[in-house]
Design a protein around this ligand. Structure first.
Ligand SMILES: Cc1ncc(C[n+]2csc(CCOP(=O)(O)OP(=O)(O)O)c2C)c(N)n1
Ligand SMILES: [Mg+2]
Length: 434
């Protein structure tokens, strides 16, 4: 019996018991929020390295926070992109339009006009200012919260709404979940619900662009929660190995539905710091500062275009609203988080900057907000002529079998015929969804 292995529990042996750490968010519903642990350097504090610098020369930028707009509403430091007031007003206008659009689409879902919607409230700068820093034909691989890119690129609002309503005007013929847009003409890759798949796709596209000797670069947007997916890490490896002309934008809005960023590793280090292990340039940016967002994306675009390497940028922001229309954040986080969030609101900050420059005022802002709301309302009415959810006005049933094969295989043609027949039996009058 003496040689039997010791199977007593570890606590009984002379060794410390192993333990796991399960992350827990700092604040839960009803908690008082205290953000004093968040380090926020003053605007203008960080140096701006040359776009061709080696990642190890800019290590600090992966742990800091690049900021341009100060508490005094002025632009500070080397990262100031020095944009013309007219450009700043355009940026502000796009952000206001996205907010008006989000509000109306959210209400549309509550009214039963669509099944689903996702807002980007508080994160507008991370898609609008960033995409304005790219060329209009650079290929973007967004996630589902970058509707701002389409607005900035001039995609027709009515087509966005047609897609959300899955109606007969929907260019994607009802095949995608509402808000999962796609537009080849706007160099906007089809949004996928499978998180992080867009990352290796962007890197692959960028590699192909380089193989072809083209000058267009690729950029992708991914949520901080989604960086826990293997696809994100494969993308970083490929980007680094082949020096792909790509920008990996990580939108750290601190929540992944009801999971806080700690479950994606935020308690250990920054998301920008992931870049260092791969040998990528890593920048950490105030995502509610439209000028900093523009400047960082422009820096990374210049770097990619100069064949100087890919960049991983973490935009630190806060998801001010629920994850989607299917979510209720009051069940898992403190309502005070949004109120206390120290980086403010991106639209208000840019507005105040323009006012400080003497290039804007509150009356013009109010008029612009009204104009945005009216415009979205008019576009909504236009889209509703093509139908809303459940009103039967959508693409003909047979189209679900089309566009995949050049010639429809016989067995799919049979399935299509059978499906149409069954619907005719069920709804001889044409039915609700003929
Ligand atoms: C591969 C995969 N896993 C899980 C989901 C379900 N899901 C959809 S959105 C989401 C949260 C993603 O959070 P984050 O990446 O931080 O983006 P955010 O919603 O904050 O913009 C999850 C878990 C999914 N769509 N795909
Ligand atoms: Mg998130």
């Amino acid at each position: 019996m003496a040689d039997r292995p010791d199977i007593s529990p570890p606590s009984k042996r002379n060794k410390p018991a192993l333990q796991l750490h399960v992350p827990e968010p700092k604040f839960r519903p009803g908690d008082t929020v205290d953000y004093s642990h968040i380090e926020i350097p003053p605007a203008g504090a960080h140096a701006r390295p040359d776009e061709t610098a080696h990642p190890k020369e800019m290590r600090d930028l992966a742990f800091g926070l690049i900021r341009v707009l100060g508490e005094d509403n002025k632009a500070h430091g080397a990262w100031d992109p020095k944009l013309e007031p007219a450009t700043l007003r355009t940026m502000l206008g796009h952000m206001a339009l996205v907010r008006a659009f989000d509000d109306r689409m959210f209400r549309g879902q509550r009214q039963g006009k669509t099944s689903f919607y996702m807002k980007c409230t508080g994160e507008e700068a991370t898609s609008i200012a960033t995409s304005m820093a790219l060329a209009s034909d650079d290929m973007v691989f967004p996630s589902y919260r970058q509707q701002g890119i389409l607005i900035a690129r001039g995609y027709p609002i009515v087509d966005m709404i047609n897609q959300i309503y899955s109606n007969k005007g929907d260019k994607l013929k009802g095949r995608q979940l509402p808000i999962m847009y796609s537009s080849r003409e706007h160099s906007f890759f089809s949004i996928s619900g499978n998180l992080a798949t867009q990352c290796p796709q962007a890197v692959g596209w960028a590699m192909a662009s380089a193989v072809k000797g083209d000058s267009r670069i690729a950029a992708t947007w991914v949520g901080e929660g989604s960086t826990a997916e293997g696809d994100f890490h494969s993308a970083c490896t490929f980007a680094a190995v082949y020096n792909a002309p790509v920008i990996l934008n990580v939108i750290n809005n601190q929540w992944a539905i009801s999971s806080f960023s700690g479950f994606a590793g935020a308690e250990r280090t920054t998301f920008a710091a992931r870049a260092l292990g791969y040998g990528l340039a890593g920048l950490r940016v105030d995502g509610n500062d439209a000028l900093a967002c523009y400047a960082a994306e422009q820096w990374a675009a210049n770097r990619a275009r100069a064949n100087a390497g890919p960049t991983l940028i973490e935009y630190f922001t806060y998801r001010a609203e629920g994850h989607s229309t299917s979510d209720d954040p009051s069940g898992y986080r403190s309502a005070q988080e949004r109120e206390e969030w120290p980086l403010g609101d991106p639209i208000m900050r840019l507005k105040n900057h323009l006012i400080e420059l003497g290039e804007w005022d509150e009356d013009r802002q109010a008029a612009m907000d009204l104009e945005c709301a009216e415009r979205v309302k008019a576009e909504t009415k236009e889209a509703e002529k093509n139908g809303i959810l459940g009103h039967g006005m959508h693409h003909p049933f047979h189209t679900m079998f089309e566009d995949v094969y050049e010639e429809l295989p016989w067995h799919l043609e049979e399935q299509a015929a059978q499906a149409i027949r069954e619907r005719q039996i069920k709804w001889p009058e044409g039915g609700p969804r003929s």
